[in-house]
Design a protein around this ligand. Structure first.
Ligand code: C2O
Ligand code: CU
Length: 494
């Protein structure tokens, strides 16, 4: 990371391919691909400029015929973009695909017209150039397409990547005396983009299970950063894994096969106030967790997904033979490990959107496929949120299907889950939260800076099939006294 930061530019993808056992037994024969780190290049006005090209490609997920995929600057997935708080970033997204797509900056606080949602479609052969200034803490965000009713297919084909934010004000993380988090990208700070795929006999992405499963695609082939059966060579005592559930529908409950504890240090919107030692972390689609694991020289540790705490995983059982235990990634420690700094005991300020109010400002009932009985309508603004006001939202899934809840533009704070205080893994900033059936989740949110009555932000279930089927709504942020405007033109092109 440091070398790339000095020179700018991109370090290339690395792939090797080996065997995947037909029965699904993971052999860990493939070296984990690390998405190239792209820190952009400074233009004359000091903006950090990124270039992304969305195009078709071919990618080997299994021996035999390569799989037809989509990617950004690569056949599958895209580079890890990285910027710091205070940077003004500019992206030029060129759409070389045969259909309209978009690119949404998941977790990012930014003006709605830069958000890359369904109103910012980019037609084939066009370039979209959003720009915004980063103003939020260090975090692991990501990007993915968000075209109206087509998000599941575009993401499944491979359009996604990580967006890492740094924050120089994070004194606790940089002070060597108090410890530090591993932060050398690709060495001891590793992106772990977890997805499940279903391939047909010809090794092509099989999307036929969409409608029948109730949640859309559930695959039986796990890949990390596009690598199936992956292993990663560890050369330091501690390693930080940035876990991203970039799957369309699958929930993962990550832990290690030998049940070793690890430190949870960050969630969707940034670092936790302090490391939290645990043995499991469950991520619903789009959620992130940063964990730090300690290894001994020469040992191997397998990151595994255990059966999620869902109660209602019957869709998964029906389609995957009842076994939700999936091996994800093998860590192979070298026989000598470089020392790592100890973990800081304080990581970030607590996310206190201090609200003593027990008044609920808005309620949301999620079901398949509507929110409060209404399914997504591109021409309807569902509500208007005033800027600079802390609101309390109560979200409840009212059917027995796995759902979660994601809000654009903000990181929120979970106030309660079923009336009880949230567990430590929900103690930091979040932009996506699992909503178990019948359990009301209360959130505190505060919109700031960007009021634009003509451009909506989205809120939705991140099970992408549900989102596409209408489990989504849109709101505008307004200044005090401002009225919602006419929805801005469908596409913004240059
Ligand atoms: Cu990650 Cu509206 O999306
Ligand atoms: Cu859902």
């Amino acid at each position: 990371a440091a070398a790339a930061a000095a020179t700018g530019g991109v370090v290339g993808w690395m792939y090797t391919t080996g065997d995947i056992d037909a029965a699904g037994e993971v052999e860990f024969t493939n070296r984990l691909a690390i998405p190239p780190l792209d820190i952009g290049r400074r233009d004359s006005s000091g903006r950090r400029v990124f270039h992304l090209r969305a195009a078709k490609g071919e990618h080997r997920l299994r021996p035999g015929r390569p799989t037809e995929t989509w990617g950004l600057n690569a056949p599958y997935l895209g580079p890890t973009l990285r910027a710091a708080r205070g940077d003004t970033v500019a992206v030029n997204l060129y759409n070389d695909l045969p259909e309209t797509t978009s690119l949404h900056w998941h977790g990012m606080h930014l003006p709605a017209r830069m958000d890359g949602g369904p109103h910012q479609g980019v037609d084939p052969g066009r370039t979209w150039s959003p720009t915004w200034t980063i103003d939020q803490p260090a975090a692991t965000l990501w990007y993915h397409p968000h075209p109206h009713e087509q998000t599941a297919r575009h993401v499944y084909r491979g359009m996604a990547g990580m967006f890492i934010l740094d924050d120089d004000d994070d004194g606790a993380v940089r002070d060597a005396a108090r410890g530090a988090l591993p932060n050398r990208y690709g060495v001891d700070d590793i992106p772990v983009i977890v997805q499940d795929k279903r391939l047909d006999g010809d090794n092509q992405l099989d999307t036929s299970a969409h409608r029948m499963s109730g949640v859309g695609i559930l695959g039986d082939l796990i890949c990390v950063n596009g690598t199936t059966g992956p292993y990663h060579r560890v050369t330091t005592e501690r390693i930080r894994l940035r876990l991203l559930n970039a799957s369309n529908a699958r929930f993962y409950r990550f832990g290690f096969a030998d049940d070793r504890p690890f430190a949870l240090v960050g969630t969707d919107g940034g670092l936790l106030p302090a490391p939290h030692e645990t043995r499991r972390i469950q991520l619903s689609p789009a959620e992130r967790a940063e964990i730090v694991v300690t290894l001994k020289p020469g040992e191997r540790a397998v990151l595994r997904s255990f059966p999620p705490d869902l109660d209602l995983n019957l869709w998964d059982r029906r389609f995957n033979g009842g076994d939700d235990t999936l091996d994800i990634l093998q860590l192979r420690a070298a026989s000598r490990l470089a020392p790592s700094p100890k973990l800081p005991q304080r990581l970030a300020e607590a996310s206190a959107l201090a609200t003593t109010s027990t008044k609920v400002d808005r309620t949301f009932e999620l079901s398949s496929f509507s929110i409060n009985g209404k399914s997504m309508n591109m021409r309807r603004i569902d509500f208007t949120a005033p800027r600079d006001t802390t609101e309390v939202w109560e979200v409840t899934a009212i059917d027995a299907v796995p759902h979660n809840f994601h809000v654009h533009d903000v990181q929120f704070q979970v106030l309660s889950v079923g009336g009880k205080p949230p567990s430590p893994e929900l103690g930091g900033w979040k932009d996506t939260v699992h909503t178990p059936p019948g359990v009301p989740i209360r959130l505190a949110l505060r919109f700031r800076d960007h009021s634009d009555p003509g451009f909506p932000y989205m809120y939705h279930c991140h099970v992408l099939y549900h989102e596409d089927q209408g489990l989504m709504g849109q709101f505008v942020v307004v200044a005090p006294g401002q009225k919602p405007g006419r929805i801005g033109s469908g596409s913004s092109h240059h």
